[in-house]
Structures are given as structure tokens and as C-alpha cells.
Design a protein around this ligand. Structure first.
Ligand SMILES: *Cc1c(COP(=O)(O)O)cnc(C)c1O
Length: 401
């Protein structure tokens, strides 16, 4: 829950600034808005925080993925390599722009395996989308290296790793573009919202135009007189979201991530005392946002038994091999190509010359490791009593395995 747990007077103040002017739109109304530009201010603060040249606020993380793919001109006939473990939005965004997702395996980080990228490249591959799942980095330096060598673009889906880093550099800034989500359950929240970041001015401009019907946002003229060179759509962030984002961003490091790290360390210590428990590999533990704790056992059977025993103690865990929304082999609607049009486009698009394979044989590591890995959600607010009860529960459940 992260940022949603710490909504308070700072968020109220920022939102009230907007409501006092009544200007909910991010562009124009220069006289009425009294110098208040919350989305613009949030973008500037976010770019600075990440160490990116440009940031563009949008309506959601899903929209951010689509806007970024369009900005990089990925579409009809193209393939994009994506890990088998991600939220369905990553695959949906690729299909939304008319491209085809190609499923790749994970490594011990449970994120995209850089060593599997070359095996998945075809003459149609245009880009790779590594996803920093459950708050922790992929081996992003290696992924970028392999992508560069093969002349592929990199779009980092950092919807779940806002504030995370790898060797001191913020996640989302390694690729050609990066995206973030601020939906209600993400590390910081604006209710619904997302961000696109990049250092590439051409990609930024195309994203900026596309997300607002092509508007070139020329500051010299009124909105009605602005020019355009491409058609676009509407994925604009609103001022109330920008206001929330500003307050949440100020809490990201010291309140949210610091709080989660402290709580995660305590639970990790308790689990570490159990024979056979191993933790998810985190390529740079410093850069973990600690939204989740991932751990595994030697076999699937014992893992399920442990999950059941934890559940009996009131401790919830997720076994992603059984989760319906984050593991490709469980997406029956995707596997049957049930896109939101009766023609199964873009799978049936004649411009697409490839042949894609989503069988589990393509992801042997994921098939093994997700059957014996459990994830526990870490909260910012885990008071002493709750922590004591969780640790007691873990110790009791351990006796059942
Ligand atoms: C949440 C999420 C998204 C989509 O973000 P929304 O803001 O909910 O649209 C995309 N990718 C991943 C990995 C996510 O977890």
C-alpha cells in the first residue's frame, strides 16, 4: 500500500491549492490559475529526483507504457521482448500500439534474464521491456548492454519500483525511456496516474504531442493556436493528481522506502532462521524499495504447505505461479488472442510476419522458480504488535514444514 498509507495533511494542502483556484486542467487558464501549475511542478520535481532530463505526467502507468511505445515508433509488425512475470498491462500496451509481445524468461532476480534476450530475438524485434517487479531491480546494466549490442530500444517498466536504484542510478533512467505508475497500490500514489521519463528530446517531444492530441505546447501562442505534426490522443494528467504527486514524492525516500526497509529487515531475519529458506536475489540490495519480500523453498510441494501454514497464522503470501494477473501462462484470454476486437488484431495483422510462441517451454527458469517462491507484502505502517504477531506466526508455521 505504501504511499496510500501515509496520505495526510501535506496531500490535503497541495490539493487545496488547486481547489482554491478551481483550475483542474494542466494547460492554459493563465489568469485564473494564479501561478499554480501542479502537474508541471510534479514533472520537474520527478525528473530531478530520478536524474532524468524530461518527465511527462500521464493518466496511468498503462497509458505511460503506450505513450512511450508510440514515442519510440514501435508498432505494426514489430516484436517487443517482455518477461513472463509482469502485470498484464505491459503486454496490453504492446498490443495497443499494434506490436506483438515476445515472452522471455527470468533469472534469480525474478526479473527479465539478460541471458535469455538473444534467444528471443527475431528479424522483427524492435525493443525490450525489462520490468522491475515487486520493487527490486533487474540486472539492468546487463540488459541494456545486450540490447545495445543488438540495436534494440529499451523501455523500463518501473511501475512497481519507483524510488529504486541500481548501483546509485535510479531505475527508469537506464533505458531509452522509463515509465512509472501512481495507481492506488503503487509506491507513491495519485489515485490513478503515471509518468514517462527520458533523456532523449525527440522521444520526449513525441510523447508530449501524442498524449495531448498532437498539441505542440508552443508557449508563444494560446492553446487554440498551437500547432501539430502528428495525431494523438488524450492521456493528460490532471492538476489534482499533480498536487497529490508532489506531496507523495516528498515522502518517497524518508517515509515510504525507509519505513518499508526497516520492516522488511525484521521479517527477513525471522524467515532466514528457517532451514531451506532462500531469498530472492536482489542485484543491488541498496536499491531495493522493499515493497515486497520474496523467498523460496527447495520444492513446490513444501512451498505450498508453508503458504498454507502461514495463512493459518493470518499471514498472507502470494504464489505467483497461481496468480491470475502477473504470470503469462495463466492468462487464458491472452493465450487465446482475445484482444478487445473480434478480429484478434494485432495478432492477425498481415504486416506481422513473425510467429510467436507462448508455451512454457520458452521459460523453464520461471516455471521452476515461481512454483516455489512466496511473496509477502511489506507495509510502511507495521506497528510493534503487528510485527511481533507476524514473527510469531512465521515461527509457528515453520514447524509445519
Ligand atoms: C501497475 C502496473 C502497471 C500499470 O499501471 P496502472 O497505473 O495501474 O495503469 C504496469 N506495469 C506494471 C508492472 C504494474 O505493476
Amino acid at each position: 500500500m505504501a504511499g496510500a498509507e501515509v496520505i495526510g495533511k501535506e496531500e490535503i494542502k497541495e490539493v487545496m491549492d488547486v481547489l482554491e483556484t478551481g483550475v483542474l486542467f494542466r494547460y492554459g487558464f493563465d489568469k485564473e490559475r494564479k501561478g499554480i501549475f501542479k502537474v508541471r511542478e510534479f514533472e520537474e520535481a520527478f525528473a530531478k529526483y530520478c536524474g532524468a532530463e524530461y518527465a511527462l505526467g500521464v493518466t496511468s502507468g498503462s497509458a505511460a507504457l503506450k505513450v512511450a511505445l508510440i514515442a519510440m515508433d514501435i508498432g505494426l509488425g514489430d516484436e517487443v521482448i517482455v518477461p513472463a512475470f509482469t502485470f498484464v498491462a505491459t503486454y496490453e500496451a504492446i498490443l495497443e500500439v499494434g506490436a506483438i509481445p515476445v515472452m522471455a524468461d527470468v533469472d534469480g532476480s525474478l526479473n527479465l534474464d539478460p541471458d535469455d534476450i538473444e534467444a528471443k530475438i527475431t528479424p522483427y524485434t524492435k525493443a525490450v521491456i525489462p520490468v522491475h517487479m515487486c520493487g527490486a531491480p533487474a540486472r539492468i546494466d546487463k540488459i541494456v548492454e545486450v540490447a545495445k549490442k543488438n540495436k534494440l530500444l529499451v523501455l523500463e517498466d518501473n511501475a512497481q519500483g519507483c524510488g529504486g536504484s541500481y548501483k546509485g542510478k535510479k531505475l527508469g533512467t537506464f533505458g531509452d525511456m522509463g515509465i512509472f505508475s501512481f495507481d492506488y497500490v503503487k509506491t507513491i500514489t495519485t489515485g490513478e496516474g503515471g509518468m514517462v521519463v527520458t533523456d532523449n528530446v525527440d522521444f520526449y517531444n513525441r510523447a508530449d504531442w501524442y498524449h495531448d492530441h498532437g498539441h505542440d505546447h508552443n508557449p508563444e501562442v494560446s492553446r487554440a493556436m498551437e500547432g501539430r505534426s502528428i495525431l494523438g490522443f488524450n492521456y493528460r494528467m490532471g492538476e489534482l493528481q499533480g498536487a497529490l504527486g508532489l506531496a507523495q514524492l516528498r515522502k518517497l525516500d524518508d517515509v515510504v522506502i525507509a519505513g518499508q526497509k526497516k520492516n522488511k529487515a525484521k521479517i527477513k531475519e525471522a524467515l532466514g532462521r528457517i532451514d531451506g529458506v532462500k531469498f530472492r536475489e536482489i542485484p543491488d540490495p541498496e536499491g531495493d524499495t522493499a515493497t515486497f519480500l520474496g523467498f523460496n523453498l527447495p520444492e513446490a510441494e513444501i512451498t505450498k504447505k508453508f503458504q498454507k501454514a502461514l495463512s493459518a497464522e493470518g499471514i498472507d503470501t502470494v504464489l505467483f505461479k497461481e496468480n491470475l494477473w502477473h504470470y503469462v501462462p495463466n492468462w487464458e484470454h491472452f493465450l487465446s488472442q482475445s484482444t478487445p476486437n473480434s478480429k484478434k488484431y494485432p495478432f492477425t495483422n498481415p504486416m506481422y510476419k513473425g510467429k510467436v510462441d507462448y508455451s512454457t517451454a520458452a521459460i523453464p527458469k520461471a516455471e521452476d522458480i515461481f512454483g516455489r517462491t512466496l511473496f509477502m507484502q511489506i507495509f510502511v505502517n507495521m506497528p510493534e504488535e503487528k510485527m511481533t504477531s507476524i514473527i510469531g506466526g512465521i515461527e509457528k508455521a515453520a514447524m509445519a514444514i
